[in-house]
Design a protein. Structure first.
Length: 305
């Protein structure tokens, strides 16, 4: 029986896979109190990306080529937008001087909360689009505003600074500084940091979910592409921890992608963009701005006299 774009068996099997991957991440890859190695983080990130690609091939075989392409396009959009999200977390954790172990704890709860929030927002978004056609134009306008915000570069540091200020106001309880100057979290400080992470992810979900809904209206494709991207957040975080400055132009690429999907949503009655074309534009944009971040030298900071 079909339910929300797929059979009940597909939904059950997918969630079993999600649970298995979370358990492997938690109890095998990051056991103990030692930092996850960069090699392990890269390996797990590549493995999850390969698994997502395999899932796209599976959907192409079982539900048609368009479904597979839509899934992979949604996965790329959600994954690329998640990079911006992770930079916020990185700046937040650095400002609070959290130890690597504390970062791992917070990120675990952040991933679990993100899965629940994505499921809720996708269900609401699909329901609204099915019932009210004009909501599509609201989502499109919202995505255009998000793109403009990124172009104006009101980005990670601004988002993180607000969360850090809120946390510092509550730093009298539960933030325990160790001998090395790093911070260990006790309750309720752990709860405060998790709430800040979830609130930040909520803001990003308001951009990413409509962006993926602009690519596909199939709840199963939208949900699975989001969850596959979220599953790799913890390992991707440790990969990006040493690359904060090397992707400094990526937010412009994200703005281009958001503007593209916004226009696709706003103009769909007049212009039909095939899924394969959408995927090509998304890939090309990411490659161009990632390469530009490497090739274009960073402006030198002006020295104050």
């Amino acid at each position: 029986m079909m339910h929300a774009g797929a059979t009940t068996t597909y939904w059950v099997v997918f969630h079993v896979l999600v649970v298995v991957l979370l358990l492997v991440d938690l109890f095998v890859l990051q056991r103990g109190k030692h930092s996850i190695t960069l090699r392990t983080a890269w390996a797990w990130t590549i493995f999850l990306a390969s698994l997502a690609f395999g899932f796209a091939l599976f959907l192409s075989h079982t539900q048609g080529r368009e479904s597979g392409l839509a899934f992979f396009s949604g996965y790329l959009v959600e994954g690329s937008l998640s990079v911006d999200n992770l930079f916020v977390f990185l700046l937040m954790f650095r400002s609070l001087k959290l130890s690597v172990e504390e970062q791992r704890r917070v990120l675990l709860w952040g991933v679990l909360g993100a899965i629940v929030m994505r499921a809720f927002f996708i269900a609401v978004g699909v329901s609204l689009l099915d019932r009210f056609a004009w909501v599509e134009y609201v989502f499109g306008a919202f995505l255009l505003i998000a793109a403009i915000r990124l172009l104006r570069h009101k980005t990670e540091r601004d988002e993180a600074s607000g969360a850090v200020r809120w946390l510092r106001n509550r730093k009298s309880s539960g933030f325990i500084e160790t001998e090395g100057g790093m911070v260990r979290l006790a309750f309720p400080a752990l709860l405060y940091v998790i709430l800040a992470v979830e609130a930040t992810d909520l803001i990003f979900a308001l951009d990413s979910v409509p962006a993926v809904l602009a690519i596909s209206r199939n709840p199963f494709i939208v949900y699975t592409s989001n969850i596959f991207a979220i599953l790799g957040l913890r390992s991707l975080y440790f990969v990006l921890a040493g690359m904060l400055d090397s992707l400094r132009l990526l937010h412009y690429g994200l703005a281009v992608i958001l503007a593209f999907v916004a226009l696709k949503m706003l103009l769909h009655k007049w212009i039909d963009v095939p899924v394969i074309v959408s995927l090509g534009i998304i890939l090309l944009t990411l490659v161009i701005f990632a390469a530009a971040s490497k090739l274009i030298p960073a402006p030198k900071a002006s020295s104050s006299r």
